[in-house]
Design a protein around this ligand. Structure first.
Ligand code: AMP
Ligand code: ZN
Length: 137
């Protein structure tokens, strides 16, 4: 049996406050509730991270996020909504089963993401872009 906590949650082996599901996704309340209405949208079939998602799962997650985000906006009337998704420990991932955070935001709510911009010269952007384009080709 899987030791993955979100696989157990999807299977109903541990409690969850569920709000939505379809064939490929399950959405439930994040137990930590950084702000009221903090929801996680997870894939049902185990994938550790974005790299492991198949195209059907990726599309299903995007659809579910869009649907639930609209409801959060109407229901909680937040000033903003952060969509957060971590891949790997260095990125802050703590549960290694793919999920997206939908997090209603309010000015001064204490949720901070430091964004240490480097503003490199255009040549650097071109250099990075060339590598990515080569990977996409
Ligand atoms: P991260 O992997 O950093 O994107 O975050 C994992 C999130 O899962 C955290 O915000 C936790 O509060 C949440 N979490 C962990 N266990 C549970 C659980 N059993 N039910 C609901 N949320 C959970
Ligand atoms: Zn899992």
């Amino acid at each position: 049996m899987s030791e993955c906590i979100f696989c157990k949650l999807v299977a109903g082996q541990i409690p969850a406050t569920r709000i939505y599901e379809d064939e490929h996704t399950l959405a439930f309340m994040d137990i930590g509730q950084v702000n009221p209405g903090h929801v996680l949208v997870a894939v049902k079939k185990h994938a550790a991270n974005l790299y492991e998602l198949d195209e059907v799962q990726a599309a299903a997650i995007a659809r579910a996020c869009r649907k639930i985000a609209s409801v959060l906006k109407k229901t909680f009337d937040p000033e903003g909504l952060s969509v957060y998704q971590a891949n790997g420990k260095a990125a802050g991932q703590t549960v290694f089963h793919y999920h997206v955070h939908l997090l209603p935001r309010h000015a001064g709510d204490g949720m901070e993401l430091v964004w240490p911009v480097k503003n490199p010269p255009r040549e650097k952007l071109e250099e990075y872009a060339a590598k990515i384009r080569a990977g996409l080709a």
